[in-house]
Design a protein around this ligand. Structure first.
Ligand code: COA
Length: 176
């Protein structure tokens, strides 16, 4: 864990696009997040551990994440159910790409869990990280009690790579 007195310095990646590209899977589509998504994303919007409470908060968080992406530190996608276009969650790389390693983060709106959407979305994001960004590895940090999150990671080929208290790290390396 980072010492609390040391500011986080994100590492930009030169191949991060200004606007996240659309990535199509079988059941989900990843697309760029827009300001119009604030209402739908309100219930799952969190930035730096602070949850959005209003549509305006959610909009401000979308803008902050867009700023992170403009600096090459983030790739942020909305996840749509392919068959309906419904916005079901978000996935992306956050907190920079130091050492060619991306950190994946993800959240589904509660009504859209347990349908396999996130397993496919994380797999698409990881493939993008390897194929387009040329990452060496992707990691994820998740609470040891978050069984649903760990199951998503295991289904996507991640393996345990360390723990710090209740926070567990999972990692998948670039295929050789
Ligand atoms: C973590 C989180 C995204 C996992 O969501 P999820 O719905 O369990 O994950 P998926 O969308 O991949 O769905 C997988 C489940 O759908 C089931 N499923 C149902 N229909 C399915 C289908 N057609 N295809 C695939 N899986 C299907 C799977 O069996 C699986 O359930 P199981 O784990 O009980 O076996 C969700 O709990 C969440 O948003 N939590 C809050 C945010 C969070 O914790 N993020 C991670 C921080 S690192």
């Amino acid at each position: 864990m980072r010492p609390c007195c040391v500011a986080h310095v994100a590492s930009a990646h030169p191949l991060v696009p200004a606007t996240s590209p659309t990535v199509d899977g079988a059941r989900v589509r990843l697309r760029a997040v827009t300001a119009a998504d604030a209402v739908a994303l309100l219930e799952i919007s969190v930035y730096d551990g602070v949850a959005a409470r209003t549509e305006s908060d959610a909009g401000a968080q979308i803008e902050r994440i867009a700023g992170d992406q403009a600096r090459g530190e983030t790739v942020h996608w909305a996840i749509e159910e392919a068959s309906t276009g419904m916005l079901v969650g978000t996935v992306g790389f956050y907190r920079g790409f130091a050492g060619g390693v991306g950190e994946v983060g993800y959240v589904l709106r509660p009504a859209h869990r347990k349908r396999g959407f996130m397993t496919e979305a994380v797999a698409l994001a990881v493939a993008y990280g390897f194929d387009v960004l040329g990452l060496q590895a992707v990691v994820a940090h998740t609470d040891a009690t978050n069984g649903a999150s760990i199951a998503v990671l295991e289904r996507c080929g991640f393996v345990p790579a360390g723990a710090n208290g209740g926070q567990h790290t999972f990692r998948v390396d670039r295929p050789t």
